[in-house]
Design a protein around this ligand. Structure first.
Ligand code: ADP
Ligand code: MG
Length: 246
C-alpha cells in the first residue's frame, strides 16, 4: 500500500533522511521508533507530501511519484497522493471554533464538496466508531485530550484514506487517557486499516504494529517484526533505545 524508495530529505546542507526505503502492506501497521530528531516526523510528512522529498519515490495505493533535486512536482500530482493519506498529530489540532461534528465534516464539505447531509452521516458513523457520537455538538475544548484525539482520528478517517499516518498520537496524553486512544487505534488495526505511526509508546507499538523501523539520525538502523525489535533487537544502540521507552 505504501512504498518508499531511497527517500532523501535535505534542509539546506542538513540531511534529515538518508536513503530511506520502506514498504507497508495493505492492512499492516508500521511503527517508526527512534531517538528524538531522528527523522520520524519528517518521514511521515514525506509520505503525505507536506514535505517534498529531495529525491526518491513515494508510491501509495499504486500511484507513484518520483522526486529529483531541482525538479518541481505539479500540485495536481501531489494532491492526488496526499488524498490517499489521513494524518493524526501529537497535539490533535482540532479546529477550536468548530463543533466536534463540524471538525469531522469540514474536509468532506470544503475539499471534497460533499453535500452537508451526506458528510454529517459519514461523520456520525465515525464518531460512533470512536465512541463519541454523544459529543457531536460540543466544542472540542470541553473534551479531554483522549477524546480530542479520538475526534482527530475520526476526522482523519472521514475521506476514507488508504493509509492513516499518526505522529506520536499518544505523546501529549496522560497514561490513563492514552489507553482509550490506543484502544481505538488497535480496533482500526484489527479492521485492517493500513497505518504508519511514529511513537515512543511501547505499549502502542508492541500492541498494534506488525513491523517496526528504527530511524536514527535519518538512517534506518534496524527493521523487523515488532516482536523481533522489541524483544530481540540486534544492535546495541537499538537495545539501549528500546530500554528508554515506557
Ligand atoms: P523526530 O520526529 O524523529 O523527532 P524530525 O523529523 O522532527 O525528527 O526532525 C529530524 C531533523 O530534521 C531534526 O534535526 C530537525 O531539526 C530537522 N528538521 C525538521 N524539520 C525541519 C525544517 N523544516 N527545516 C530544517 N530542519 C528541520
Ligand atoms: Mg517527531
Amino acid at each position: 500500500m505504501v512504498e518508499l524508495e531511497n527517500i532523501e530529505k535535505r534542509f539546506g546542507d542538513h540531511t534529515v533522511l538518508d536513503n530511506v526505503s520502506l514498504s507497508v502492506a495493505e492492512g499492516s501497521v508500521m511503527a517508526l521508533v527512534g531517538p528524538s530528531g531522528g527523522g520520524k516526523s519528517t518521514l511521515l510528512r514525506c509520505i503525505n507530501l507536506l514535505e517534498i522529498p529531495t529525491s526518491g519515490s513515494v508510491e501509495i495505493a499504486g500511484d507513484r511519484l518520483e522526486f529529483r533535486p531541482g525538479v518541481r512536482m505539479g500540485i495536481k500530482q501531489i494532491q492526488l497522493l496526499r488524498r490517499h493519506t489521513g494524518m493524526v498529530f501529537q497535539n490533535f489540532q482540532l479546529f477550536p471554533h468548530r463543533t466536534v461534528i463540524e471538525n469531522v465534516t469540514e474536509g468532506l464539505t470544503t475539499v471534497l464538496k460533499w453535500p452537508k447531509d451526506r458528510a454529517r452521516e459519514r461523520a456520525m458513523t465515525l464518531l460512533e466508531k470512536v465512541g463519541l457520537a454523544h459529543k457531536a455538538e460540543v466544542w472540542p475544548s470541553t473534551l479531554s485530550g483522549g477524546q480530542q484525539q479520538r475526534v482527530a482520528i475520526a476526522r482523519a478517517l472521514a475521506p476514507s484514506p488508504k493509509v492513516l499516518l499518526c505522529d506520536e498520537p499518544t505523546s501529549a496524553l496522560d497514561p490513563e487517557l492514552s489507553g482509550e486512544v490506543v484502544d481505538v487505534l488497535a480496533q482500526l488495526a484489527r479492521e485492517g486499516t493500513t497505518m504508519v505511526m511514529a511513537t515512543h509508546d511501547l505499549r502502542l507499538a508492541s500492541r498494534i504494529a506488525n513491523e517496526v523501523i528504527v530511524l536514527d539520525a535519518g538512517v534506518v538502523v534496524e527493521t523487523g517484526s515488532s516482536r523481533d525489535i522489541f524483544t530481540n533487537p540486534k544492535r546495541e544502540r537499538t537495545k539501549r533505545f528500546i530500554a528508554t521507552l515506557t
